[in-house]
Design a protein around this ligand. Sequence first.
Ligand SMILES: Cc1cc2nc3c(=O)[nH]c(=O)nc-3n(C[C@H](O)[C@H](O)[C@H](O)COP(=O)(O)O)c2cc1C
Length: 404
Amino acid sequence: MNRLLERQLKRSGVEYSALPESVRRFVDEVGRSYDHHDADRALTERSIELSSQELVEANRRLAKEAKNQAALLENLRSAIAALSSGDDPVLLPAGFNAADPVALSDFLIQQFTRKHEAEETVRIYEMAVRSTSDGIVISDATRPDNPIIFCNQAFLQTTGYPAEEVIGKNCRFLQAEDKDQPGLQVIREAITNRLGCHVRIRNYRRSGEMFWNDFRLSPVFDAQQQLRFYVGVQTDVTADVMKQELATTLLAQRQELLHVAEEILAARTETEIVHTVVHRLGNLLPYDTASIYMTDAAAGVLRPIALLGPRWTSPDLDAWTIPEGTGIIGSIIRSGKGELINNAHRDPRSRYPDGATIATEHLVVHPLRTGEYVWGAFAVNRMSDRQFTDEEFEVLQFLASYGS
Ligand SMILES: Cc1cc2nc3c(=O)[nH]c(=O)nc-3n(C[C@H](O)[C@H](O)[C@H](O)COP(=O)(O)O)c2cc1C
């Protein structure tokens, strides 16, 4: 390759082999033009010794070269024009010598590098938008009611909607009927004032399931400061909100438990203890029946000594006893270990009084002991779909140990 051209490419930081085929062809032509130029200079230096025949030939070659040069210039100009696009025109700077092929080829290489870098940047943005786990939507702020013109895969995944049910709509469909939220007023004001905002709102997936949306909105202005788009970013923070709510509930529960513990310790009679536990139990967790069973060793049975909450529809409940060591209660008194038994009605150990119809029962049973001796059990049940959680199991264990 011509040495001058080689130096030019090096200065521009362009790797010849990295150039596209079309640009490489122009660069080759520029190289050939430089070679001829070098040859002509050598010829001029020798001109004094030239014969007239050589001069005629040199003239002819120069005329041909001029024609080649014109074609080369034309090619370079059309290559520059081809790099131009509507929103990113490539314009020659003022005072630029458009008849100089070296300057033109320099400019072409420079513009090519710039375009290449810009395309690379767009590719990186696209990758980021595609791979983020946050939902991203873009609305056209120049059209009435901000219709959505783009949404990423994460938005579709979070909301459960297919793209064809999203594009062209205003994003408020995510609120379903839940319009009474202070965050929505913040969004409205931001849009009226062409500002951004950050709010936490309740939204609904296509399935109807609620999710907490940590939502950020940003306006996008063009070079003339005209509002063109809004970008909305949705982060599903449902799990975090639930954890916070659970932590708050647990804290309140712990405080309530301490009150109960104090009252139990202050109680003077068994009846007072039972009253305290049962009175407070409703504040700690929802339940249907709480019962305390005691072993009647002489009769070889377990007897309920306290039964509270909505009762089973058994007429003989108060008189109901369980043969010692049988049923779920009996097995827990025997093992001395508390159990959480969701779907207890399906447990093979379960025994119900005659005439009782139990469709669903979830149970937590803890043994009541004095020292090593297990003298009874504390059982709490629910007859709804709501199962007991591990936290509720612990709360009841705490009550049982204090009750003991
Ligand atoms: C780009 C963009 C994204 C939005 N994304 C959400 C969204 O994820 N959830 C939502 O409840 N509202 C979203 N909104 C807000 C609603 O579209 C609407 O502006 C809001 O409900 C207040 O207006 P309204 O009172 O007319 O419904 C978004 C708005 C824009 C412009």
